[in-house]
Design a protein around this ligand. Structure first.
Ligand code: ATP
Ligand code: MG
Ligand code: FE
Length: 336
């Protein structure tokens, strides 16, 4: 059975077709460009762009997969968390399509999509595991006992890790999204030249805070010249990576877990992957970089795991705020 996945929670329009027996059959992601000029996502622009792109992308996707619409078995769409208007575009498109085809529509939690994305890879971790979710809007450590059995162990008290990268990029005059740009500039920099704080690592607990790091970076940028920017980027990246590694090790120990999954846009960061692989050899699982940032494949894939929750009543519901822990546990059979 082929599942169509639709992602529209923020500024990526993503569609994909997933089959439990064949993996990702086809996928398309469109990243909206108009936001760059504003240094952040403008909700109204995002909704309008999703409306403009989504129908054509679904048509092109089906073409690519050589599928006709009536060969689809279900439609999964991101129902939250995210921007209300943007979510509504994907939700109404997905529900309308499912209704027209008389197939189930499955409301997917965006962060569960990220969390399960490493399971799309050949080297997939078995349950239970610890998940570090690091993205534009979230920084969370989650104990994952099984599908839908999630316990939040720690989260950010202020900025998300990806947000810290984006703000640092802005301070350094780089483009949006900032993560890849900061990482690229950091390659030419010396991470040891400037001192950066490792926020909250000396305090017990598993929460994060990145706003102090941002203030530190701003002050450093104000006192320095353009020629220092690569060293600042490298020092900043090193501080974030060190902080995440320390907290992951602590959480694994505390929860008595062996496997670590990292997902979300920041998990594409090469230095983070290398540092975790070095600290925890053989224990770290992550998706390919294109599945780290927002995409339709992770939504179709999570939809497969939540297939028993599919509905045919045509109800369009989104949840812009939706705590991960509120997800119901799935029956064990769904974990395969
Ligand atoms: P959320 O998933 O929390 O709702 P989002 O969907 O906007 O937020 P993602 O698409 O998962 O976030 O990730 C985007 C974030 O990842 C951006 O903040 C971006 O700067 C960051 N990012 C992407 N690539 C990298 C990288 N190589 N290094 C560091 N950060 C990165
Ligand atoms: Mg995005
Ligand atoms: Fe995301």
């Amino acid at each position: 059975q082929s599942i169509l996945g639709i992602e529209s929670s923020c500024d990526e329009t993503g569609v994909a077709i997933y089959r439990p027996d064949g993996g990702i059959v086809a996928e398309l992601v469109y990243t909206q460009a108009d936001h760059a000029a504003y240094g952040g996502v403008v909700p109204e622009l995002a909704s309008r762009d999703h409306v403009r792109k989504l129908p054509g992308m679904i048509r092109e996707l089906l073409d690519q997969a050589s599928l006709s619409p009536d060969e689809l078995g279900a439609v999964a769409y991101t129902a939250g968390p995210g921007l209300a208007g943007a979510l509504l575009v994907g939700a109404s498109t997905g529900v309308a399509l499912a209704r027209a085809l008389d197939i189930p529509a499955i409301a997917v939690h965006h962060m569960e999509g990220h969390l399960l994305s490493p399971l799309l890879e050949a080297n997939a971790p078995a349950f239970p595991f610890l998940a570090l979710l690091v993205s534009g809007g979230h920084t969370m450590l989650v104990e994952v006992a099984g599908l839908g059995r999630y316990r939040l162990l720690g989260e950010t008290l202020d900025d998300a890790a990806g947000e810290a990268f984006d703000k640092t990029a802005r301070l350094l005059g780089l483009g949006y999204p900032g993560g890849p740009e900061v990482a690229r500039l950091a390659e030419q920099g010396d991470p040891e030249r400037f001192d950066f704080p490792r926020p909250m690592v000396n305090r017990p607990g598993l929460d994060f805070s990145f706003s102090g790091l941002k203030t530190h970076t701003r002050e450093l940028v104000e006192r320095s010249e353009k020629a220092d920017h690569a060293d600042i980027a490298a020092g900043f990246e090193r501080a974030v990576v060190d902080t995440l590694v320390i907290k992951c090790k602590r959480a694994l120990k505390q929860a008595r877990l062996k496997r670590l999954v990292i997902a979300g846009g920041v998990s594409a960061n090469q230095r983070l992957r290398q540092a975790l692989d070095r600290a925890l050899p053989g224990q770290v699982f992550y998706p390919r970089p294109s599945l780290c940032t927002d995409n339709g494949a992770m939504i179709a894939h999570a939809g497969w795991y939540r297939r028993h929750e599919g509905r045919r009543d045509g109800l369009i519901a989104v949840r812009p705020r939706w705590p991960l822990e509120e997800l119901p546990p799935a029956p064990e059979a769904a974990e395969r």
